[in-house]
Design a protein around this ligand. Structure first.
Ligand code: ADP
Ligand code: MG
Length: 461
C-alpha cells in the first residue's frame, strides 16, 4: 500500500497551556503571552528556522558550474572544433547526442561562456554565440527572429528595417538577417538545444535553410559574392535524431558528432559533491547521503539532473522536519515525492477517455474490486460515461486505452491464462489511489463522479 509520507509533516503553531481546545481562548492566551503584535504572526516561527541549505540556487537548473566534471574529452573536442572562430573563421557544425541529464546543455553553455569571455577580452565585435532552446521557440520564424534580435536594434524594428516579432514573410526575414550577419563580419555560433522539437514542429526544410545560412551568397557591390559565417550546434536527447533527418540536412549538421554517455555512480558522486559543498550548510549533507543519492540515480538512468533534484528535494524534506542534517530516510522520502509528482503530471495530461478508464479502475479498487477483467472495467466505464454525459467508446477501444495506460506504468494489465485455453487480462492500478483520484477529480468534466461507488464485482476472486 502506498502511504503519503508527507501528511502531517507541516506543523502549525500549537498553543501551550490547557485551553480545553477552544480556539478563541487559545488565541487570547497567545496574545496575552506575546505582548507585542509581532508574536501573532503565524509565520514568525518559520522566519528564524534554520535551513540545511546555504544557497539553494546552486541546485537550480539555471546554475552554471565553474568546472564541468568528467566531460574533459567532450569539452576538448568542442573547443578544437570551435577554435577557428577565434581567428574569424567559421567552425564546422556540431551535433551533441545523449540521454537527458548527461550534461549536453551545460557543456554548450560552458563552452559558449569560455569562448565569449576570451573573445570579448580582445575584440568584442568578432563573435556572436547564441543559445536557443527549441522547446520554447520551435517555429522557423521564431528562430530567425530570435537571431535577428542580436543583430538589430529595437529602433530598427520600429523603423521597419528589421524583422518584427511577426508579420514578415519568412523569406524577407531570412534575407534581411543573413545580409546583416554577413555585413557584421562576425562568426555566428547558434546552439539549437532540443533541436528535435524544432524539426518536429517545423520540418527538415526549416532546419535546412538555417544550416545553409553560411552558404547563401549575397552579392556585395564591387566585392563580388560573400557569405555569412554561421555554424550550428544541434543538441538532442534522441540518440536516433540524425537518422531521421533528410540526408542533405544530416550530412551538413553532423560534420562532428559528440556522444554524451550516462554518468556512473562515481561520476554522479563527484558532480553532486561539487554542488553540495556550495549548496548546503557545513555538515548538513553527509558524504554517505551523497553516495546513496549517486548510487540510486546511477542505477536508474545516470541522469545528473535527477540526481541534483533528488538532493534538493531531500534537503527540503529535512527542512520540513526541521532537522539539521539530511539523512538516508530523507532521500527515500524525496524519491517518493518526486515519483508522485511525475505520476500526477502524467495523469493530468491524459486524454479525458483515458482519465475515465483510470478513475474507473481506482473507484473499483476502493470498493474492493482490485483486479478486474476488461469486461468489468467496461461495465463501470459505461456507467461513468452516462453520469458525465459522454458517449461511450467501444469495448475494443477501451481495451486499447488500457494497454496504453499499462505501457505508461499507470495501470497494470497482466494477461492471465485459465485452464482450457481461457485467457483474460487482470487489470489493477499501479499508481497511488488517493492522490491519483484527487488529480483526476480536479478535471471539471469528471467532477460529477466525485461520490460514485461502483458495485462489487467478483469474476477474478
Ligand atoms: P542535458 O542537457 O544533457 O539533459 P544538462 O546539461 O541540463 O543535461 O545537465 C543536467 C544538470 O546536471 C544541470 O544542472 C547541469 O549543470 C548538471 N551537470 C551535468 N553534467 C555536469 C557535469 N559534468 N559537471 C557538473 N554539473 C553537471
Ligand atoms: Mg538539455
Amino acid at each position: 500500500m502506498y502511504r503519503d509520507p508527507f501528511r502531517g509533516s507541516l506543523t502549525l503553531p500549537s498553543c501551550s497551556g490547557n485551553t480545553g481546545g477552544r480556539v478563541d481562548e487559545c488565541l487570547r492566551n497567545r496574545r496575552h503571552k506575546g505582548g507585542g503584535s509581532t508574536s501573532e504572526n503565524i509565520f514568525e516561527q518559520y522566519l528564524n528556522d534554520k535551513s540545511v541549505f546555504l544557497n539553494r540556487e546552486i541546485l537550480s537548473p539555471a546554475y552554471l558550474p565553474e568546472k564541468l566534471l568528467h566531460r574533459e574529452d567532450q569539452i576538448q573536442q568542442i573547443a578544437s572544433v570551435l577554435a577557428p572562430a577565434l581567428k574569424g573563421h567559421r567552425p564546422s557544425n556540431l551535433l551533441f547526442l545523449g540521454k537527458t541529464g548527461t550534461g549536453k546543455t551545460v557543456a554548450a553553455r560552458y563552452v559558449g561562456q569560455q569562448l565569449t569571455d576570451l573573445v570579448s577580452g580582445g575584440d568584442p565585435g568578432r563573435l556572436e554565440f547564441i543559445y536557443i532552446n527549441c522547446q520554447m521557440i520551435d517555429t522557423h520564424y521564431g528562430i530567425l527572429y530570435e537571431l535577428s534580435k542580436r543583430f538589430f536594434t529595437s529602433e530598427e524594428v520600429s523603423a521597419g528595417i528589421a524583422p518584427p516579432p511577426t508579420g514578415w514573410s519568412i523569406d524577407r526575414v531570412y534575407q534581411t538577417l543573413i545580409t546583416r550577419m554577413r555585413d557584421s563580419g562576425k562568426v555566428v555560433i547558434v546552439v539549437l538545444d532540443e533541436i528535435d522539437k524544432f524539426v518536429g514542429k517545423s520540418g527538415d526544410d526549416a532546419l535546412y535553410t538555417l544550416i545553409k545560412m553560411n552558404e547563401a551568397e549575397i552579392a556585395r557591390p564591387n566585392e563580388g559574392a560573400s557569405v555569412a559565417h554561421v555554424s550550428i550546434i544541434g543538441i538532442s536527447n534522441d540518440l536516433k535524431f540524425a537518422e531521421m533527418l533528410d540526408p542533405r540536412v544530416k550530412s551538413r549538421l553532423s560534420d562532428e558528432k559528440l556522444v554524451f554517455a550516462p554518468y556512473d555512480a562515481q561520476e554522479l558522486y563527484d558532480i553532486l559533491m561539487q554542488r553540495a559543498t556550495l549548496a548546503f550548510m557545513p555538515s548538513a549533507m553527509p558524504d554517505s547521503v551523497i553516495r546513496l543519492c549517486a548510487a540510486i540515480e546511477a542505477h536508474e538512468r545516470g541522469d545528473a539532473r535527477r540526481a541534483i533534484d533528488l538532493l534538493r528535494v531531500a534537503g527540503e524534506v529535512a527542512d520540513r522536519d526541521r532537522e539539521k542534517q539530511v539523512t538516508d530516510a530523507h532521500i527515500q522520502r524525496a524519491r517518493a515525492r518526486i515519483e508522485l509528482d511525475c505520476v500526477v503530471e502524467a495523469i493530468k495530461t491524459l486524454p479525458t477517455q483515458s482519465k475515465l478508464v483510470l478513475l474507473d479502475v481506482i473507484l473499483n479498487a476502493e470498493v474492493g474490486n482490485e483486479r478486474l477483467t476488461t469486461g468489468e472495467v467496461y461495465n463501470t466505464y459505461k456507467e461513468l460515461c452516462r453520469k458525465v454525459g459522454m458517449t461511450a467508446l467501444t469495448q475494443r477501444r477501451i481495451g486499447d486505452l488500457i494497454s496504453e495506460l499499462d505501457m505508461l506504468g499507470i495501470l497494470n494489465a497482466q494477461v492471465r491464462s485459465y485452464g482450457r485455453g481461457g485467457r483474460t487480462k487482470e487489470i489493477s492500478a499501479s499508481v497511488p489511489l488517493l492522490d491519483s483520484k484527487r488529480t483526476l477529480l480536479a478535471d471539471e468534466l469528471l467532477q460529477p463522479l466525485r461520490d460514485y461507488r461502483p458495485k462489487r464485482q467478483s469474476t477474478l476472486d
